[in-house]
Write a new protein. Structure first.
Length: 264
């Protein structure tokens, strides 16, 4: 098992070989150790010549040693990781059409049977939006329901802070490595999640935040939840991306009614 994880980590570290390519390899070989046995012709047929060439010596002893050292460094920082095919990997994520291949985390994953609600909304939320995010997060947390969000400024972070303040549990799904607090203004929340929640990302530790990384993480937020609650959202926003993904996953989506005095 330990050797299999090291092999998988070494494979994930190959630059230019992403989750889609690795899934193709796993479908063909069955498991990571069997990928080592695939002939060059099979690799080229599956991935094309350029990508197949990137896999040359991916499982060489020195690459496995680097992967092992990397794992040890992460462990010292309190970072764990689970692969898609492992038992610890959240079942809810296994059931979506495009699950992450590996999930990096700090803290404890929610229990499989625990009820979870995603609360998402505008970064520049109004005072009403702030009040509603706090109200619903606190109330749900007191009923033992966990809160999932993206730790973004505005409604996301407000809801997660309220849940933790009520003695509840919360999961933050980041668009960067779990060892990076973004935005920095949410540092106190980030540190509280270390102790009383969970910080997740499909991106390796050390990955800096980038605009292209945030939309894909929203599918994880919705997948981990039983339902999604929208506080406030602009017509074109990350919040509505989460809504679209939730609907595709068959999740219920609720929205807090706006005030009759709102201009839009």
């Amino acid at each position: 098992m330990e050797q299999e994880r090291t092999l998988a980590l070494a494979l994930c570290r190959v630059e230019g070989i992403g989750a889609v390519s690795i899934r193709k390899l796993l479908e063909k070989a069955g498991d990571v150790s069997e990928i080592r046995k695939l002939p060059a012709e099979s690799l080229q047929k599956l991935l094309g010549e350029k990508k197949a060439a990137l896999l040359k010596n991916w499982d060489a002893p020195e690459n496995l040693e680097r992967a092992k050292r990397q794992e040890e460094q992460w462990k010292k920082k309190g970072i764990s990781f689970d692969f898609l095919w492992e038992e610890a990997f959240p079942k809810r994520l296994k059931e979506i059409s495009d699950p992450p291949l590996v999930l990096y985390r700090i803290g404890k994953l929610p229990e499989p049977e625990k009820k979870m609600t995603a609360i998402v909304g505008a970064r520049a939320c109004s005072s009403y939006g702030k009040e509603m995010a706090e109200y619903f997060a606190r109330g749900l947390a007191k009923e033992g329901i966990g809160i999932v969000s993206g730790m973004a400024r505005g409604a996301d972070g407000i809801a997660q802070r309220a849940a933790l303040s009520a003695g509840g549990y919360s999961v933050a799904v980041l668009g960067c490595g779990v060892d990076i607090c973004y935005p920095e203004e949410n540092r106190p929340l980030y540190e509280r999640l270390w102790e009383n929640g969970c910080i997740l990302s499909e991106y390796p530790p050390g990955t800096l935040p980038h605009s292209r990384l945030f939309p894909p993480r929203n599918r994880i937020i919705s997948a981990l939840s039983d339902l999604v609650l929208v506080i406030e959202a602009r017509e074109k926003s990350g919040t509505l991306i989460t809504v679209d993904m939730a609907l595709e996953q068959g999740k219920d989506v609720f929205a807090v009614p706006g005030r009759i005095t709102d201009t839009c």
